[in-house]
Write a protein that binds this ligand. Structure first.
Ligand code: CTP
Ligand code: MG
Length: 587
């Protein structure tokens, strides 16, 4: 089995590796490991069909007995017993087939869901910035579900009904060899029709899945931005847009239904019945077939029912499943340009940082940072100031390799960050982002996020150092208070102190604080001020802030303007030399 290795930020060790070269191979490589279940489905399907064929055969025998001038009725009881017994066995086999298929479907669903999740977590921020969350959600939920349905009922019915298709070929020749004619004609035209059907179906199911993904993307964005939307009184326009998207999904489904309705084998089945019956009656007239034979043969032809009726449904399911698999695989196979560099440097960080002639741009090709060079000694506090859009956030995100530089170097302890083992690098750097993200879990869990398993006492100590203990205590449930959707919402200042608690707990060698909140009452301001001063002690700290009090006592101040360093130095130095800096303080 070929395995295509992906450069990923992080990969977890999996026991099973799948072939990701295309959707069919991918699904096959996932299913092949469950071969005992596949065997069970096949045996169950074959046995079920064979025992179903026993019914018309026995009924034919009964007819022949009854039509004799002096019928031997004693044979009817054993025939009836065989008939009944065989159908009980058949029921068991059918159960095996259905159970096997369902089991398989659930196992595969779990496997690919795991694989997708691991792969999503491993992808770089460049990927996540460009990939709409709603679309990812649609793929991770509905497309994964379609793959499940592809096995049960999809493949289950295909296997089961295929076995029914085969049975007339085994049982009809015993009555007269030429009776193979009708099943043969049917089977040939069935497969031709099926081939055409599947070819027409594939783009339609692709479209069904794609329009659904688009609708979901839009829905999730509308809900995310619902506050802005309401604020701008744009509900009407949003509804309009949603209706358009929903209509596209409907249209795709209608096209699928239209194609299903035109499925030719439905017609072929009727024709086959007619041909088969005429054929059998001709043989009967010529004395080549008895009454029981005609009855049995027609009963066998009736078995073609199952493949005909199951196939529209089952093959659509398989087609949808493959479309879904293709979309999941597309996501998994997206290249990520960060490499976790497992073999990289893993030392304990001293906290020296150097930007060396560094430049950076996002995917859109517009230069964000240019020619940035400066050096920070271990333990220093650096303040980065500059107007909005100057590139402050971008600059600090290069330190922990949220993004990679496009030119020059960023060095930590004299080692290019790309030479570091990514996990080691990141675990020693703590970044408090501009928009602080809190999980809808308890406050305690949120603080302990970077250090799972931290004890309650540790958590509280960290919260105290971050000046957060007091407000946490004021909630009824204290540290167990659930944040977000189902719980309390926190103010900007509170969020920030929770994030600082996180940082205290992980005790990083480099702390980065991207602080956008400037309008905070002076009491809180004071608390944050103290928390930050605590946090900066004993580690290299980057502060992006508008708070003059914080900027003032930094060891180094970097003034960014349009992606370039406009001035650099200490507060005293810059006040004298930099007009731009002095202006910030005058305002
Ligand atoms: N940018 C981008 N893609 C991103 C983030 C930012 O193209 N994913 C661009 C922005 O449009 C901006 C530039 O990069 O022109 C710098 O952005 P940023 O570093 O976020 O600026 P900050 O100085 O942090 O601005 P603010 O004070 O508003 O946070
Ligand atoms: Mg910013």
């Amino acid at each position: 089995m070929t395995t295509i290795s992906q450069p990923a930020e992080f990969t977890l060790q999996r026991k099973h590796t799948a072939d990701r070269s295309n959707a069919v191979r991918w699904i096959t490589s996932h299913s092949i490991r469950y071969w005992p279940i596949i065997l069970m489905i096949f045996i169950g399907g074959l046995g079920n069909a064979a025992l179903a064929a026993v019914v018309p055969v026995l009924v034919g025998d009964v007819f022949n007995q009854m039509l004799k001038p002096d019928p031997d009725t004693s044979i009817l009881i054993p025939l009836a017993l065989v008939l009944g017994g065989s159908q009980i066995v058949r029921g068991v086999l059918q159960l095996g087939r259905n159970f096997g298929a369902e089991l398989m479907a659930q196992k595969i669903e779990r496997d690919i869901r795991d694989e997708l999740y691991v792969s999503l977590l491993g992808k770089s921020m460049t990927f996540h910035n460009l990939q709409p969350v709603g679309d990812t959600m649609a793929r991770a939920t509905n497309d994964v579900r379609e793959v499940n349905f592809m096995f049960s009922p999809g493949i289950n019915l295909v296997v089961g009904s295929f076995m029914f298709l085969v049975m007339p070929f085994f049982f009809a020749p015993q009555y007269h060899i030429s009776l193979l004619l009708a099943p043969t004609l049917f089977t040939i035209s069935y497969f031709i029709a099926l081939w055409h059907y599947l070819r027409a179906l594939s783009p339609i199911t692709d479209e069904v899945r794609a329009t659904f993904g688009e609708m979901n993307t839009h829905l999730s964005e509308a809900l995310d931005g619902v506050e802005i939307m309401k604020g701008a009184a744009q509900e009407g326009a949003e509804i309009e847009r949603f209706v358009t998207n929903a209509r596209r999904v409907r249209d795709a489904f209608v096209r699928q239904g239209d194609l299903e309705a035109r499925f030719l084998p439905n017609l072929l089945l009727g024709i086959t019945y007619a041909i088969g019956l005429v054929h059998a009656l001709l043989l009967f007239r010529d004395g080549l077939l008895n009454t029981g034979g005609v009855v049995a043969y027609f009963g066998l032809l009736r078995m073609l029912d199952f493949p005909t009726f199951a196939s529209t449904f089952a093959y659509t399911q398989i087609s949808l499943g493959l479309s879904g698999a293709r979309r999941i695989l597309e996501l998994i196979n997206q290249e990520t340009n960060l490499d976790q560099n497992a073999a990289g440097y893993t030392g304990v960080m001293r906290g020296e940082i150097e930007f060396r002639n560094m430049s950076f741009e996002y995917n859109n090709g517009e230069s964000v940072l240019e020619n940035v060079s400066f050096k920070v000694k271990p333990g220093q506090t650096v303040a980065i100031v500059g107007q909005t859009g100057a590139g402050k956030t971008s600059l600090v995100k290069l330190i922990n390799r949220t993004y990679d530089v496009t030119g020059g170097q960023v060095l930590v302890d004299g080692i290019d960050v790309r030479e570091w083992n990514l996990a080691s690098l990141r675990s020693q750097i703590s970044m408090i982002e501009q928009d602080i993200f809190l999980f809808s879990r308890s406050i305690s869990e949120n603080i302990a996020f970077g250090k799972p398993g931290a004890g309650q006492r540790e958590v509280e100590a960290a919260a105290a150092a971050a000046q957060a203990h007091e407000f946490i205590q004021s909630f009824d449930e204290g540290y167990q208070t659930v944040i977000g959707e189902r719980g309390v919402t926190l103010s900007g200042g509170q969020r920030q102190r929770l994030a600082l608690s996180r940082a205290f707990l992980t005790d990083p060698h480099i702390l980065i604080l991207d602080d956008s909140t400037s309008a905070i009452d002076s009491a809180t301001e004071d608390k944050i001020q103290r928390a930050v001063a605590n946090a900066a002690r004993g580690r290299t700290t980057f502060l992006i802030t508008h708070r003059l009090s914080q900027i003032r006592w930094a060891d180094l101040i970097v003034v960014l303007r349009k992606g370039r360093i406009a001035a650099i130095g200490t507060h005293e130095g810059l006040m004298k030399t930099s007009e731009a800096y002095a202006r910030i303080f005058r305002e």
